[in-house]
Design a protein around this ligand. Structure first.
Ligand SMILES: [Zn+2]
Length: 406
């Protein structure tokens, strides 16, 4: 079945070149609060407004419709710093709670992933190999497992909720066994999960006492979980386990909803996103009973030009005095490539010391090729110790500063 790709490129993207085209990445939105008949439009509108945080080339949804938001063969930001420079196209699947819609979406999703691989001359193989040089169509989960730089496991759980197993998805991709929605056999629409009665027969482990930062995770229930859920719900902004459930889902059971709330919380505050509530989450919740907490996010233009506003955002994120100036620097190829906001001298600068500690290199406070090399390694961009005007590593740093995950 031929599908129409509606091209709606986000204005102002100005995508960088790829390092090399090796992957087509298969995603799904992970957004269980957006499953209605407008879910595709909602996702497309959201990404068009928030492309500075992340964007991909294609969205599929709405009953087999395809929207293209960014050029293929150019850099997109959906799969983490390790895979993005090698991803020719990245395809997101919008969620639905309707079986017929899902069938159409899935057929279009498989068709598009295969087509993009063909276009790029990439083998139509799903999740094969384990190295950066193993070309093919990759799930976000494969990237997490083999390349790192990301914690997402999509699209498997969502596909499985309609009865599409990993093996089925692989077969459909590689053999082209799905050419129209009627080829897709699925389970009934997934019901919202109910605690304790889930079809997977979850066994719950009881935990007791007060929650003082000991690690809690999926499958546990008891008072510490209730305290965690209460804190999440009382946070500003709130992270309810399940806003539509009784008592906002505060029920003492650490199930998928609570894990999801913890993941959203971790992502919002720039913590490690693992869905486990331990010391980091505890401290963040403790320090944030109200809006008093300033979030480490910035609103930089992601242009790869390191000037005063980038320095200011960096100072804010690293907790050094915020004046937008990198002081007492040596004159070299790197400091000469800055877009202003630098003074020369020999003592070095606080923000550079903090940056060097962060990226794991000698902390002498002086910016040079060694620091850029470590920064490039840290951010997963090409490691050459050079600062171009504008620069890819600065662009990645700006993007991460904007979302608070530098
Ligand atoms: Zn993904």
């Amino acid at each position: 079945m031929p599908y129409k790709i509606v091209k709606n490129i986000i204005p102002g993207l100005n995508q960088r070149n790829l390092t090399a085209p090796r992957f087509i990445v298969a995603h799904e939105s992970g957004n269980k609060n957006n499953t209605g008949s407008n879910s595709l439009e909602n996702e497309v509108n959201f990404m068009t407004r928030n492309w500075r945080n992340a964007f991909v080339s294609h969205w599929v949804g709405g009953g087999g419709r395809i929207v293209q938001l960014a050029e293929v063969g150019k850099l997109q930001y959906g799969a983490g710093p390790k895979a993005n420079p090698y991803s020719y196209a990245q395809v997101e699947l919008a969620r639905t709670n309707n079986v017929e819609t899902f069938k159409k979406d899935y057929a279009a999703y498989v068709w598009l992933l295969r087509k993009l691989a063909k276009d790029a001359g990439i083998p139509i193989k799903l999740d094969t190999g384990s190295k950066l040089t193993d070309k093919g169509i990759k799930s976000h989960d494969w990237i997490r497992k083999h390349l790192g730089g990301t914690t997402h496991t999509d699209p498997y759980a969502y596909l499985a909720s309609f009865g599409i197993t990993k093996a089925q998805f692989k077969k459909d991709i590689e053999k082209g066994t799905v050419s129209s929605p009627s080829d897709v056999s699925v389970k009934p629409a997934p019901k919202p999960q109910e605690k304790g009665t889930s079809t997977t027969k979850k066994t719950w482990t009881k935990v007791t006492g007060d929650w003082t930062g000991q690690t809690l995770g999926n499958g546990e229930y008891g008072e510490p979980v209730r305290q965690l859920q209460t804190k999440l719900a009382n946070n500003n902004p709130p992270f309810y386990p399940n806003k539509d459930a009784k008592n906002n889902g505060v029920d003492s059971y650490y199930g998928d909803d609570t894990e999801d709330a913890v993941r959203r919380f971790q992502s919002y505050y720039g913590l490690t996103v693992d869905g486990l509530a331990g010391k980091q989450v505890y401290n963040e919740l403790k320090g944030n009973p109200s809006a008093s907490k300033t979030l480490n996010k910035s609103n930089l233009t992601v242009d790869g030009k390191w000037g005063q506003s980038t320095t200011r955002a960096l100072q804010k994120a690293l907790g050094t005095p915020v004046d937008g100036i990198i002081s007492n620097q040596p004159r070299n190829s790197v400091t000469n490539a800055l877009y202003g906001g630098v003074t020369f001298g020999s003592e070095g600068s606080n923000v550079i010391v903090a940056l060097q500690k962060k990226v794991g290199t000698i902390a002498d406070g002086k910016l040079g090729p060694g620091t850029i090399r470590a920064l490039q390694k840290y951010l997963g961009t090409v490691v050459d110790g050079k600062l171009s005007r504008p620069s890819l590593v600065v662009k990645e740093m700006q993007r991460r500063l904007n979302i608070g995950t530098f």
